[in-house]
Design a protein around this ligand. Structure first.
Ligand code: UDP
Length: 334
C-alpha cells in the first residue's frame, strides 16, 4: 500500500511513519519542515512542499497515485493562533482544501485527518466527552481544525471521499526506539516543560491553581503518541469496510491534574521540579477528558501505552537523548 503522510516530519506524524515502516507500506512524507525535523523522516522520501502551494500539491498527488493520505501537517500553537490567525487559516484550512482537491483530482479516496479535542471548546459537562458533545472551539487553532473537519465531511458526501478524523486529547511521550520524540520550539506542552524544570533548564510555570478541581489545577487526558499512531493504522482497515465520514476521540478516559503529572514525574525521576504558580493561561478549559468507547469498540483500539508512568519514562529517555546528542542544535542528526 502506498501512502502519503503530510507532516510526517512532525511529532505525531513521525511516530506513524515509524510504525508503518514495520509493515509493508510505501511511505512518502510531505512536509515543509517549518516545525518538523529532517531527522524525524527516518529515511523515507521527503517531498519538501508547503501545502499552500496548490499547483505543487495537485501535481504531487496526481503523480503519487496514493492509496491513502494521513494528514498531520498543521500549525498547532494555540497562543500563536490568537496573534497570527492568518497562518492558521492559510496553512490549516487553505492547505487542507488544496490537499483534498488534489486527492479528489487524483482519485485518492482515503483520508485520515489529525484533529483535536480543541474542537469541543469549553466542555458543557464535568463528565468525559464523547463525539456527540457540541463542537464550539474557543480559539483560532480549534476553529481552523473544526472548519477542516466540516469541509472533509462535505467532501465525503459530495465526492465519495472516505475519511476518519481523530480528535486527539493530550498527545505525549516518545517512541521506545529512542529515535524520535517531541521537539517543539517554543515548547508549550506540560510534560516536556516539567522535564526541563527537572533538568534545571527553566522553572515550570503552573498556569493557575484556582480551578474548580480537586487540587486547583487543570485536568487533562494524556495519551501516548505510540497509541495515537496505532489508531491511525487501524483506521485504514476500518475505512475499507466503513466508507464515508467518521470522527473518533483518542484519549484514555483518565484525567490527571497538572499537579498529579508533576508528582508522577518527581516520583519516577526522584528529583524535585522547580515550580512557580502563574496566572491562568487564556483558553484553558478546567477539565478535558475523553470517552473513548467509539474508538475501542469500532476500531478495536486500546490505549495500552498511556499510563502516566509509561508516558513520562519514554519522554524522559527522549529528553536525555536530545541533550546527549545536542539534537536541538543540529537538524541533521541521524
Ligand atoms: N501547563 C502548565 N505549564 C506549562 C504547560 C502547560 O501549567 O508549562 C498546563 C496547561 O495550562 C494545561 C495543561 O498543563 O492545563 C496541559 O497543557 P498543554 O499545553 O500540555 O496541552 P493543552 O491541554 O493546552 O493542549
Amino acid at each position: 500500500m502506498k501512502v502519503l503522510v503530510t507532516g510526517g516530519a512532525g511529532y505525531v506524524g513521525s511516530h506513524l511513519v515509524e510504525l508503518l515502516k514495520l509493515s509493508n507500506f510505501t511511505i512518502h512524507i510531505l512536509d515543509d519542515l517549518s516545525t518538523g525535523h529532517l531527522w524525524a523522516c527516518q529515511d523515507c522520501p521527503l517531498i519538501q512542499v508547503d501545502l499552500t502551494n496548490r499547483a505543487a500539491v495537485l501535481s504531487i498527488l496526481a503523480e503519487g497515485k496514493y492509496d491513502a493520505v494521513f494528514h498531520f501537517a498543521a500549525k498547532s500553537i494555540v497562543s500563536e493562533s490568537a496573534t497570527n490567525p492568518s497562518i492558521y487559516y492559510n496553512t490549516n484550512v487553505i492547505g487542507s482544501i488544496n490537499l483534498l482537491d488534489a486527492m479528489i483530482n487524483a482519485g485518492t479516496r482515503n483520508l485520515i485527518f489529525s484533529s483535536t479535542a480543541a474542537v469541543y471548546g469549553t466542555p458543557i459537562t464535568n463528565e468525559n466527552i464523547d463525539e456527540q458533545h457540541p463542537t464550539n472551539p474557543i480559539n483560532t487553532y480549534g476553529r481552523s481544525k473544526l472548519m477542516i473537519e466540516q469541509i472533509i465531511k462535505d467532501y465525503c458526501d459530495a465526492y465519495q471521499l472516505n475519511s476518519i478524523v481523530f480528535r486527539y486529547f493530550n498527545a505525549a511521550g516518545a517512541s521506545p526506539s529512542g529515535k524520535i520524540g517531541e521537539l517543539h520550539s517554543p515548547e508549550t506542552h506540560l510534560i516536556p516543560n516539567i522535564l526541563k524544570s527537572i533538568r534545571n533548564e527553566s522553572p515550570l510555570s503552573v498556569f493557575g491553581d484556582d480551578y474548580n478541581t480537586h487540587d486547583g489545577t487543570c485536568i487533562r487526558d494524556y495519551i501516548h503518541v505510540v497509541d495515537l499512531a496505532f489508531a491511525h493504522k487501524l483506521a485504514l482497515q476500518f475505512l475499507k469496510k466503513n466508507p464515508g465520514f467518521n470522527a473518533f476521540n483518542l484519549g484514555t478516559e483518565t484525567g490527571s491534574s497538572v499537579m498529579q503529572v508533576i508528582n508522577v514525574c518527581e516520583k519516577l525521576l526522584v528529583v524535585k521540579a522547580e515550580i512557580r504558580i502563574a496566572d491562568r493561561r487564556p483558553g484553558d478549559p478546567e477539565r478535558l477528558v475523553a470517552t473513548n468507547q467509539k474508538a475501542c469498540s469500532q476500531l478495536n483500539w486500546r490505549p495500552s501505552n498511556s499510563s502516566l508512568e509509561t508516558i513520562i519514562n519514554s519522554a524522559w529517555r527522549w529528553e536525555k537523548l536530545l541533550k546527549e546528542t545536542k539534537m536541538r542544535k543540529s537538524d541533521h542528526f541521524q
